[in-house]
Design a protein around this ligand. Structure first.
Ligand code: HEC
Ligand code: HEC
Length: 188
């Protein structure tokens, strides 16, 4: 008799323990799940934004979009943009006229949105592969050149392209900051 009562008491205490601790155990689980989710989210952010921000400066578009595609500032480091703006009297053989107001506005826009200030995945890649170099051309960035190694001079010379600098001829979504290989097509 005594033994079975002891047994019953043992089971009862075990049950009570379970009732008391079960919620904390599952809360613990929830906590872990939550932490895991947060970590995943952070890792995702670390990999950076998928696309570049579309250009949103009227001064930049007006002054710099007359001869070619307006390159997103996130495609070059601030130091490159600074050099480009300092060289507007001999800009790849052309003269770019800028009044002081426009120059200031463009220079602020480019400096604060440059590749080294960006969280975009592509900008991170550009900064890593430049390793401190500050080229005047996006098309001189080693990893950008590498992405285009299959493009032949004949393809570039087509009237519809003209130059590798003409991103939008092949990257149909370049204006929206999307350069992924799903939206590329080289025109005939
Ligand atoms: C008068 C015409 C003209 C204007 C205006 C102009 N550019 Fe250019 N830009 C050129 C030419 C020409 C090239 C060389 C293109 C080529 O090689 O096909 C060039 C090339 C570039 C490149 C290098 C593209 C590459 O190959 O990666 C950048 C960056 C650039 N320009 C920025 C600017 C900025 C910033 C402004 C405004 C301050 C500007 N451009 C205004 C004519 C112009
Ligand atoms: C003649 C057509 C053409 C021009 C002009 C061109 N590209 Fe590309 N680009 C391509 C092709 C094709 C690929 C895809 C290569 C592949 O499939 O691996 C590519 C790949 C890329 C990639 C890598 C995309 C990815 O998801 O891996 C980037 C970034 C890029 N180009 C940026 C530019 C920029 C910036 C310019 C202008 C300065 C430019 N391209 C001009 C054809 C072009």
């Amino acid at each position: 008799m005594n033994i079975s009562r002891k047994k019953i008491m043992w089971w009862v205490s075990l049950l009570m323990l379970l009732v008391v601790f079960a919620p904390t155990i599952s809360a613990d689980d929830d906590d872990k799940r939550h932490q895991r989710r947060e970590r995943k989210h952070k890792e995702h952010n670390h990999r950076g934004d998928k696309n570049l921000k579309p250009v949103n400066s009227a001064a930049y578009t007006d002054s710099c979009g007359a001869c070619h595609f307006v390159y997103q500032p996130e495609l070059l480091p601030a130091a490159s943009w600074k050099k480009i703006l300092e060289g507007t009297d001999d800009h790849f053989g052309e003269t770019v006229d800028l009044d002081e107001g426009a120059r200031l506005e463009i220079s602020e826009y480019l400096a604060s949105n440059a590749a080294d200030k960006s969280s975009a995945k592509l900008s991170g890649k550009i900064m890593r592969c430049l390793g401190g170099m500050t080229p005047l051309r996006i098309t001189d960035i080693p990893c950008i050149r590498k992405e285009h190694h299959e493009i032949t001079p004949q393809m570039v010379q087509r009237k519809s392209v003209g130059s590798l600098s003409n991103c939008i001829a092949c990257h149909r979504t370049a204006e929206s900051g999307v350069y992924d290989d799903d939206s590329v097509s080289i025109p005939e």
